[in-house]
Ligand binder design. Sequence first.
Ligand SMILES: [Fe+2]
Ligand SMILES: [Fe+2]
Length: 455
Amino acid sequence: MNILLVQDQEKVRDRMSFWIQKAYSCTVIEAESIEKAREILTNRDPLIDLIIYDFQKDPIKNFRRLRSSSGVIPCIVCLSGISTEMKAEEKSFIRLIDRAKLTEEIQNTMKDFLSKGAIPGESADEREYFAIRTRILLSVCPLKGDIYIRLSAQKFVKLFREGDDFNEADLVKYTLKKGVNYLFIKRNQTDEFISKYLADLQALTSKENLSTEEVSRSAESVHETVQELGKRLGFNEGVQQLARTQIAMTMKAMGKSPALGDVLKKLEQSRGEYVASHSLMTGFLACAIASYMDWKSEATFFKLNLAAFLHDITLDNQKLAACETIQDLSKEPFKEEEMEAFRNHPQNAADIARRFSEVPPDVDTIIAQHHERPDGTGFPRRLSGNYIAPLASIFIVAHDLARYSRLRPNEKIDVKEFIKQGALKYKSSQFKKVLAVLEANMSDMGMPEPGQPAA
Ligand SMILES: [Fe+2]
Ligand SMILES: [Fe+2]
């Protein structure tokens, strides 16, 4: 277990760190400032299981700064006197304790977190395994390590030995016949896995005439893999490269002038896991709209596709990711942690984008604003129309259209109806322009097939 200790006084920090390591035989990562703590949390390297916050300077103000990066990681907040203002921050995974009884209260809270499964016990090796889409194994096997199947939350059994091949017959056997869509590898195999998977993706990207099916199947697998690896390993260079290669493939298939008609046809075909296919389609639609607005540079398409790839990357609960507003959270019995993850996901995903190397500056803004609404009813910042960036407004409408069509599976997508509904909620001039462009190009069908760029 990795514990992040956020403490600003060196001597106290040393003593606490020593005591925690001894008491729990865990790794303590020390942060003497909020900036340092946020950096560790955002990089997810190492992955933090628990935060012990014992910051003495402006504890409330600084705790709120830390919260924007800590997501739903369980947190023990040590305070000298608990004010009502601070009491409001308490949640099932945020516990406030009295510094006067520091060790005793930390022990009790840890025990409680352990009993609820909020933090891993010492024997939990679940975190050692990585889920991989079973079909990806076709392109990366043989691996220098074993492949496991998951039997229960904590039980993994070896299915293939190191060096075994994984062929089409295995794929059919496990996915179609047994419904096993994910198999597992161990943490120390991830480097080999990433480099083989990357080589496979690069080969696919350089192929002539990529079919829509190939691109969307690949986009879905890469999205899930990046999500899983990012969660476990952090978004390191190899993981970032997987994302960038997939985006290069998507852009190649999209061509220079993605047409709305084509995009909508693709949308009707793509019905995979929500987050992955919704992310792909949001990128496609945003580029189609941008190109109609004469923003068709490669740089713009890259920004929109990268923003689309990352915008919901921290949400792995498909139902949660399908929510649009904070009010939507009441439609399902979500846990408090999940609701918190949803409320923070624009900011958390923007933080991840900022850590990507070679990332154009607007990508994090688009992501941070993707749930804002021009009438100020969005979240997290309730920005009004004037404060929403132009590219973000294109993205918001594209995101809404992708979601609108996904909620109506097996139906022809009625863009006219979408524009009618959009006119009621998107009243700022910038958004009106986006809707007008959509309306003007609605009948623009019969453009080139994907993989055959427009002239
Ligand atoms: Fe989304
Ligand atoms: Fe979102």
